[in-house]
Ligand binder design. Structure first.
Ligand SMILES: C[S@@+](CC[C@H](N)C(=O)[O-])C[C@H]1O[C@@H](n2cnc3c(N)ncnc32)[C@H](O)[C@@H]1O
Length: 268
């Protein structure tokens, strides 16, 4: 198969596009990744150079080829009950102490294919029983949101789900669906998904009692992180909690937040 080569200028064009649009900073080392992920689109359109593809993309409507490039250049790895300490904290320090009286609202702000939002949903439903709650999941990639809405997963991706939750909230696929799992309808009905670009979140979103913003800050530079965190804090309830990924840091940019434990913050 023909191997495409990307020039420095072509790479810089895609790098600037994804930075301006999504805030994602691509280092020089990502040249191979960009080449391999976008090559299939050159083949799809029978194009010879990345410049031709860039021109085609930039003249497309936002929901067209631009969205395809965003889908291809984002990294969407996720799994159920990722970083279990966060779920232990949510259970013991937040849900066990929840007084009720209003709807408990959570935002999974870079939800990818939905595993994070459904993990939270299982725990919240189990702990709050009949008290009202809702979860909102969002991402910049429309491809992953489609998958999140389907709530249909391969069995080999469900390792982190506790057995009791598997029994209570998951339907095992039979026949042609053998080897898959569907999140129970009652749970799905309380979890909604929609596209949100963290660089420009809608003004009317929130407020939330808990926001999960995990494993996405690593793609942003300091200035972008600062802008995003400022807007995230505005969408939190007073006393609300923010969770970030274990390999991420808010060093120097957590105005309006106090550290509760490493990677968990509370609005002050
Ligand atoms: C590695 S996944 C993290 C998924 C999940 N939060 C977790 O921790 O398992 C990062 C997600 O961030 C999304 N993302 C990247 N830039 C974004 C932006 N500007 N706005 C919203 N989502 C973004 C990507 O599409 C991707 O699905």
């Amino acid at each position: 198969m023909y191997e495409f080569k990307i020039t420095d200028n072509e790479f810089n064009s895609f790098r600037e596009f994804i930075y301006d649009y999504a805030g994602i900073s691509l280092s020089d080392e990502k040249k191979t990744l960009v080449t391999s992920r976008l090559s299939k689109r050159l083949r799809h359109y029978s194009l010879k150079t990345f410049k031709e593809y860039f021109d085609l993309m930039i003249s497309s409507p936002p929901s067209g080829e631009r969205q395809v490039v965003v889908d291809l250049l984002t990294t969407n790895e996720t799994y159920f009950f990722r970083e279990p300490k966060h779920f232990a904290f949510l259970e013991k320090e937040i849900l066990a102490k929840w007084k009720g009286g209003k709807t408990f609202r959570v935002w999974s702000a870079a939800s990818s294919t939905g595993e994070e939002a459904y993990s939270i949903a299982m725990l919240v439903d189990d702990m709050l029983e009949n008290r009202p709650w809702e979860i909102f999941g969002s991402d910049i990639s429309s491809r992953v949101l489609k998958k999140a809405q389907q709530a249909h997963y391969l069995q080999n991706r469900i390792d982190g789900i506790p057995i009791a939750f598997l029994r209570k909230y998951c339907l095992q696929g039979m026949g042609e669906h053998e080897g898959t799992l569907l999140i129970d309808k009652a749970l799905r009905q309380k979890v909604s998904f929609a596209p949100v670009n963290l660089k420009q979140p809608p003004k009317n979103l929130g407020p939330f009692d808990v926001i999960f913003l995990r494993n996405v800050l690593i793609y942003f530079d300091m200035e972008t992180k600062r802008q995003i965190i400022k807007q995230i804090v505005e969408k939190m309830h007073p006393d609300g909690y923010l969770f970030i990924g274990h390999s991420e840091s808010l060093k120097g940019i957590h105005d309006g937040l106090e550290t509760v434990i490493p990677t968990v913050y509370r609005k002050i």
